[in-house]
Design a protein around this ligand. Structure first.
Ligand code: BEZ
Length: 396
């Protein structure tokens, strides 16, 4: 009898342990993440910053997510056809549950139909292509970075308010350059300013900006407004200064021009340049202080706007998983609903477009004790991007 009782209790204990094991196994999802970034080419440093901060975000927030995250990395080389081929590989061969990354608006435009058609959720961690959250929006695309329109529109109004009346614009000739300058131009002219000339140097091919700077100088503009990022931003800012333009024609732009990622490579040429962006590492809030310290500890660098996109993309993914999402459809449905307070403040996604809602900071690059730093001049309130033709279908 005693023996039978012991056996019964032992059996019960084994069954309970098995059940607990099964329950914890049922909760321990393996989420395959397809990370598509430029690890080579003119935006390679941007891609690495996003990747490093994504890893930090998973370390910081993912420990109790009840899931493991396997990252499969692919290099899009900042080339739309390469990005498309790598997307197909990640979706069809690797069978990823979610894609993260995309720096170039050109690459985002090239892969949009494929992720939408395959029903694979994509967390955009940089590319600002307006169409992806406008007329080509998709329930599978959620953007935690910015839109090209969002970053540049407030600066058009702000500059007119500062007394700048005539501007010459320069930007690389691809989707991001065109959209950023179009958004700035629309806001600047609506506020009473005049764009007196525009140049569109070939993207990834222009080494010498001299001919474009000569045209800007001859235009009679009060100032120059530009978009450049990565290696092109470093070359442009240095050449603008050595051309002798900075004193007579102040340089303005979207804040990628003087990103904290490479502003010290631009050196004194960047001092006094005024730009606008959705994140600068000098934002004064506790979440940003923690992020800056942790990122510095991990990489030895100050985090940039690219880093904050990677960090928030990881947190958005973790929050979606914590809310119960386990596969492509449930992740796609959960991602636009995430909301949290991060280094940029309160983060939320506009359900009408799946684009992030956030304020924009106008900042001047100034000399600080440890190199160049960002002095915020104005913070322009958070507004949702216009719907811009987006008719958001629900996830099937
Ligand atoms: C873009 O192509 O959307 C982009 C690239 C670098 C910085 C900002 C935007």
């Amino acid at each position: 009898m005693k023996t039978n009782m012991r056996a019964a209790l032992a059996g019960l204990a084994t069954g309970t342990a098995m059940l607990a094991g099964m329950m914890s196994q049922a909760h321990a999802e393996d989420i395959k993440v397809g990370m598509l970034l430029p690890y080579s080419g003119v935006y390679a440093a941007l891609g690495q910053d996003i990747d490093d901060a994504f890893a930090l975000g998973l370390e910081t927030f993912g420990a109790d997510a009840g899931a493991t995250f396997d990252i499969i990395r692919e290099d899009d080389e900042v080339k739309p056809p390469v990005g498309l081929a790598k997307t197909k590989k990640l979706i069809l061969q690797d069978e990823v549950d979610v894609m993260v990354g995309i720096v170039s608006s050109g690459v985002l435009g090239a892969i949009r139909d494929t992720v939408d058609g395959a029903g694979v959720p994509l967390i955009v961690a940089n590319a600002g292509n307006d169409e992806a959250t406008g007329e080509a929006c998709s329930p599978y695309i959620t953007r935690v970075s910015f839109s090209n329109h969002q970053v540049n529109t407030p600066m058009g109004q702000w500059m007119v308010g500062q007394g700048v009346k005539k501007v010459f614009t320069i930007a690389p000739d691809y989707a991001a350059g065109r959209q950023m300058i179009d958004a700035f131009t629309a806001a600047f002219t609506a506020a009473g300013g005049e764009v007196v000339g525009q140049e569109w140097p070939a993207f990834q091919k222009t080494q010498d900006f001299g001919p474009f700077l000569a045209n800007a100088k001859a235009s009679g503009a009060d100032a120059v407004y530009v978009f450049f990022a990565g290696g092109e931003a470093i070359s442009f800012v240095k050449q603008y200064d050595s051309f002798g333009l900075k004193a007579d024609m102040p340089l303005y732009g979207s804040g990628f021009l003087t990103s904290s990622l490479y502003v010290n490579a631009e050196g004194p040429a960047a001092e006094g340049v005024i730009t606008a962006l959705h994140y600068v590492p000098t934002l004064d809030n506790p979440e940003n202080a923690a992020f800056v310290a942790a990122f510095k500890e991990k990489t030895g660098r100050i985090p940039s706007e690219y880093a904050v996109h990677g960090y928030d993309a990881a947190r958005a993914l973790v929050e979606a998983v914590k809310s119960g999402a386990t596969d492509r459809d449930t992740l796609a449905a959960a991602l636009p609903k995430v909301a949290f307070t991060g280094p940029r403040g309160d983060l939320r996604i506009d359900p009408a477009t799946n684009n992030i809602v956030q304020p924009i900071h106008v900042y001047e690059t100034v000399a600080g004790p440890d190199g160049l730093t960002q002095k915020v001049l104005a913070t322009l309130p958070a507004v949702a991007d216009p719907v811009n033709g987006c008719q958001m279908p629900s996830v099937n």
